[in-house]
Design a protein around this ligand. Structure first.
Ligand code: GAL
Length: 373
């Protein structure tokens, strides 16, 4: 369970403080040990390992470039890698970064076991670690930067309720994220905060709730089709935990002529998800301004690289529970936003996707009507 304490004023204040420090450090702070290269990377190397690419376009499309930019702005020389869903590769990448003695190791883990093992190795080497986006249960990272993931799930539940209005007895299929990803557990917790009362009252009927290993989109589509056919081809609404799974679900719905009449949820505000929303095949996505996540992570890493634990504590002022490790983790939990057709423009205006990416010829009129250009 993520407890959500908001102390935004501290984050802003600390960010201001660190930015100033960062600016000073840019002048080649005295005694910096960035291998003698004064000025260009005063804080030295920082390692980042992202989990995979198959689960979501976010990791290579948003997280990698935004983390590189934010970390450079803080004075680091960033090395951002992706483990491609392979736990052995995740470990090998981490071993290499630890051997290079990176100042901070930032990890978004495939599962808590490999993430926890990597964090323990880094700790033994005196390297602080930050759990990025995904908390490693039973892990040892002292900091976690993510979004309020229970809120993400609540927005998905609220979106589905909006879409179904008062369709009594609506049959729902839930296609959930990886059981090895604690975020998926939190998304589901948030969804059920909204949907469980409706299951209990009979307003909605749960056909099946199915986690999908590694968020594998193709597997998600295959399993969704199995559930749909085993339910006599009947479904009124689908909870898809992210846009990748939503896309796979929509492909199946198209096969049965159900796309557009069966609302599907999503997450990550990817170009593919936003196009599906503009076409009416997907009802909503959740926009998580990853630039904010990257910048908070970079500022936190800078504080840790300087040994400024006071500043780190002011940035990571929220708290997350780790039920497996029976501990509380200092966190940054950022706000997510519901995006339905009318709000797609916001994601373009904030620079995450371009109008060209989400307004192909067949959507030109829809985009014009929504003011997307
Ligand atoms: C989650 C992440 C989501 C979702 C998923 C698939 O951990 O928070 O944004 O996309 O992974 O990558």
């Amino acid at each position: 369970m993520q407890r959500r304490f908001r102390t935004r004023v501290w984050i802003a204040g600390a960010a201001l403080l660190l930015t100033a420090c960062g600016a000073n450090a840019g002048g080649g702070a005295a005694g910096d040990d960035s291998g003698g290269r004064s000025g260009d990377a005063p804080l030295g190397k920082v390692g980042v390992i992202l989990p995979e690419t198959a689960s979501s376009a976010r990791w290579e499309g948003f997280d990698k470039p935004m983390l590189e930019e934010a970390l450079r702005a803080e004075g680091f020389d960033p090395d951002v890698q992706n483990a491609q869903g392979d736990v052995q590769k995740f470990t090998t990448l981490a071993d290499g970064m630890i051997a290079q003695n990176v100042k901070v190791l930032i990890i978004s883990s495939i599962n808590s076991e490999v993430g926890g093992a990597v964090a323990a190795k880094a700790k033994a080497a005196g390297i602080p670690t930050i759990d990025y986006d995904r908390l490693n249960l039973g892990g040892s990272s002292e900091y976690y930067v993510s979004f309020d993931n229970v809120r993400v799930g609540e927005l998905q539940g609220e979106g589905l309720v909006d879409a179904l209005e008062d369709q009594d007895g609506a049959e729902i299929i839930e296609i959930e994220g990886a059981p090895t990803d604690h975020n998926a557990t939190l998304f589901h917790e948030g969804q059920r905060n909204v949907l469980q009362p409706r299951y209990d009252s009979g307003e909605f009927e749960l056909v099946r709730s199915q986690p999908i290993e590694q968020w594998n989109n193709q597997e998600g589509g295959r399993i969704f089709e199995q559930i749909l056919t085993s339910n006599g081809g009947e479904v009124d609404g689908v909870v898809a935990a992210n846009d990748g799974l939503a896309s796979a679900v929509i492909t199946v719905l198209k096969k049965y002529g159900l796309n557009g009449s069966v609302p599907v949820t999503g997450q990550d505000a990817t170009a593919e998800g936003l196009r599906a929303i503009l076409r009416g095949d997907q009802y909503m996505t959740v926009f998580k301004p990853i630039k904010e996540e990257a910048e908070a992570t970079a500022k936190l890493a800078a504080a840790l690289a300087k040994g400024d634990t006071a500043a780190a504590g002011e940035i990571a002022s929220d708290v997350s529970e780790d039920p497996q490790g029976e501990r509380e983790v200092a966190s940054v939990l950022l706000e997510p936003y519901l995006i339905t057709k009318d709000e797609v423009k916001r994601v373009v205006d904030e620079g995450y996707v371009s109008a060209d990416e989400i307004c192909p010829q067949d959507l030109a009129d829809v985009c014009a009507d929504l003011g997307i250009r």
